[in-house]
Design a protein around this ligand. Structure first.
Ligand code: 5GP
Ligand code: ZN
Length: 138
């Protein structure tokens, strides 16, 4: 399979390795969105969260607190964002990955969430919950 991250895990493409265990590989994002920007990937190839096994999810997510604390200690950020883009157009590399993005004052990274509180009525929340519950049953 022609996957950049699989090649990185196999050592066929060089990377700045941050961490590795039997199931997980973490390395610096080539484009340092902010200083310390790190990617965490499962060694098993999954395209996205939608085909990620629970076992790989456990392995990948369980390393998040440790690596976040390492980045905090190393760079003293004012905060840290954890994001994962899944499917196009947001995802550009089709091997599931989590971005750890230390945040700094005036770092110019924008991930703003629009506050829509007040735009939703009780009926809207019930509709949304119904859709989710129906999908869970199916
Ligand atoms: P996505 O857009 O899928 O959420 O994130 C993919 C990330 O992979 C991007 O931030 C991009 O900079 C990074 N990336 C793409 N190719 C390489 C590579 O060859 N090496 C490294 N270290 N990062 C890469
Ligand atoms: Zn892959």
């Amino acid at each position: 399979m022609d996957c950049i991250f699989c090649k990185i895990i196999e050592g066929k493409i060089p990377s700045y390795k941050v961490y590795e265990d039997n199931q997980v590989y973490a390395f610096l994002d080539i484009s340092q969105g902010t200083r310390g920007h790190t990617l965490i990937v499962p060694k098993n190839h999954s395209n996205s969260v939608f085909d990620l096994s629970e076992e790989d999810a456990k392995a990948v997510f369980s390393i998040v607190p440790k690596l976040s604390n390492v980045l905090k200690k190393a760079f003293n950020p004012i905060g840290l964002n954890i994001i994962s883009n899944n499917e196009k157009p947001y995802q550009t590399v089709d091997h599931f990955h989590i971005h750890l993005l230390p945040r700094y004052k005036n770092d110019e990274l924008t991930l703003s969430m629009v506050n829509r509180m007040g735009e939703y009525q009780q009926i809207d929340y019930v509709d949304i919950l119904d859709a989710i519950k129906s999908a869970m049953k199916a």
